[in-house]
Write a protein that binds this ligand. Structure first.
Ligand code: CTP
Ligand code: MG
Length: 168
């Protein structure tokens, strides 16, 4: 049980990075309003530079706070910083890849894609973080199972708070 809490502790920057663009995002879209050769937007208006940069900054900051709470989990500040940055960058990069595929499937911005929305960011975060600090496979499977529920819960909360227009 306790070891499963370490799985959450490990992945926390990715959760924060993925959730914060709802609050800090907006402005110029990363695709600059451009279209792919299928005539659809490359990524869409839901993926902005401010959301990306803000999410990476917030996720990385979370990791630095985590270091001061549990330094021995990370070993060094450098590891904590690099891990949080990799998890945050990976999460938001995975989110962009997800939107790219949603647009190719002709799904409008904000339209749910079950599986991709909940796990794309997570798998990408784990992949980017892998060279810095790994998580054993049991904990990875645990995160893959519980993260969709946390994602739905967090999105429902954001919806009820009026931060986003749809509960997913
Ligand atoms: N957001 C942002 N920049 C990002 C990611 C998200 O500004 N890089 C903001 C946008 O306002 C977005 C909201 O966070 O609408 C919720 O993010 P998400 O659910 O990932 O985007 P969707 O609007 O659902 O767009 P998509 O259909 O492409 O997933
Ligand atoms: Mg969405």
């Amino acid at each position: 049980m306790k070891s499963l809490l370490w799985a959450f502790w490990y992945i926390l920057p990715a959760y924060f990075a993925n959730a914060s663009p709802v609050l800090v995002g907006g402005g110029r879209p990363i695709d600059g309003g451009r279209f792919w050769r299928d005539g659809r937007r490359i990524l869409g208006d839901g993926k902005t530079w401010r959301g990306f940069a803000g999410g990476v900054a917030i996720g990385t900051a979370v990791g630095m706070v985590q270091y001061f709470i549990t330094p021995s989990f990370y070993g060094s500040f450098r590891t904590a910083f690099l891990l949080a940055f990799a998890l945050s960058f990976g999460a938001l990069f995975g989110d962009l890849v997800g939107s790219f595929f949603k647009r190719r499937a002709n799904l409008p911005r904000g339209y749910p894609a079950i599986g991709l929305d909940q796990l794309g960011f997570l798998i990408s975060a784990l992949a980017f973080a892998y060279p810095v600090k790994t998580l054993d496979s049991g904990k990875i499977i645990f995160l893959l199972i519980v993260s969709p529920f946390i994602h739905w819960g967090a999105n429902y909360f954001a919806y009820r708070m009026g931060w986003k227009g749809v509960p997913w």
